[in-house]
Design a protein around this ligand. Structure first.
Ligand code: TMP
Length: 219
């Protein structure tokens, strides 16, 4: 089973992924947690090229680099794990490419789909959790309200995070569009809910898909 998490930067994916990982472990279910871009030696190297703030990369170059890391990860790690029956939790997958490179950077969506099917070997998630948050709210989580006007110049931000508020508005609207086209795969969560509430909603959804969790009533 392939479970993916999506959302704009600062939505709180990592917290939920960690909680899910701990729960699956407690239940004795074998799982691995991976992130995109990353997860293999080559992909981690490309990740630092992609995210280092001093690099200037064109939208097409960016798309191809993200896709290169994806094909490495899918082929070397994800497909072999799924074949062994291991649950794979993935922090971002091709919906990020649709939202960021397609809606955010403006690359033609039909061209994206061709590159996505090539780089994923047509692998699709069984379930995708989308944590929804407005970019302004995600920023306030990271910075104080007072320092917001200068937030995008902060040295702590990586190259993608520096893309500006308008970019992240397009990315969020992109996610909402993608979900409208494929509502059965997505579970939309309000990222402003407390982490325990979100965790419970995630388990509720997974209970219908993972028999070992179905037997449990309380988390
Ligand atoms: P993260 O691991 O902290 O989420 O950082 C990854 C960044 O890369 C994040 O800003 C989203 C972006 N990204 C894309 O633009 N396209 C992609 O296909 C993927 C996987 C990530």
């Amino acid at each position: 089973m392939l479970i993916t998490f999506e959302g704009i930067d600062g939505a709180g994916k990592s917290t939920q992924i960690k909680k899910l990982q701990i729960l699956l472990q407690k239940e004795g279910l074998e799982s691995i947690t991976l992130r995109e871009p990353g997860g293999t030696e080559v992909a981690e190297k490309i990740r630092s090229i992609l995210l280092e703030s001093r690099h200037e990369i064109s939208p097409v170059g960016e798309l191809l680099l993200f896709s290169a890391t994806r094909s490495e990860l899918v082929q070397q790690v994800i497909l072999p794990a799924l074949q062994k029956g291991i649950i794979v939790i993935l922090d971002r997958f091709y919906d990020s490419t649709r939202a960021y490179q397609g809606y955010g950077r403006g690359i033609d969506l039909s061209i994206l789909e061709t590159i996505i099917s090539l780089s994923t070997y047509n692998l699709k998630p069984d379930v995708t959790f989308y944590l929804d948050i407005k970019p302004e709210e995600a920023l306030i989580r990271k910075f104080s309200e007072k320092s917001l006007p200068l937030a995008f110049e902060n040295d702590d931000l990586d190259r993608m995070e520096r893309s500006g508020l308008e970019f992240f508005r397009k990315v969020r609207n992109g996610y909402l569009d993608i979900i409208r086209l494929e509502p059965q795969r997505f579970t939309v969560l309000n990222a402003l809910e407390p982490p325990v509430v979100l965790h419970r909603q995630i388990i509720e959804k997974l209970r219908t898909k993972i028999p070992a969790l179905e037997a449990r009533n309380h988390y």
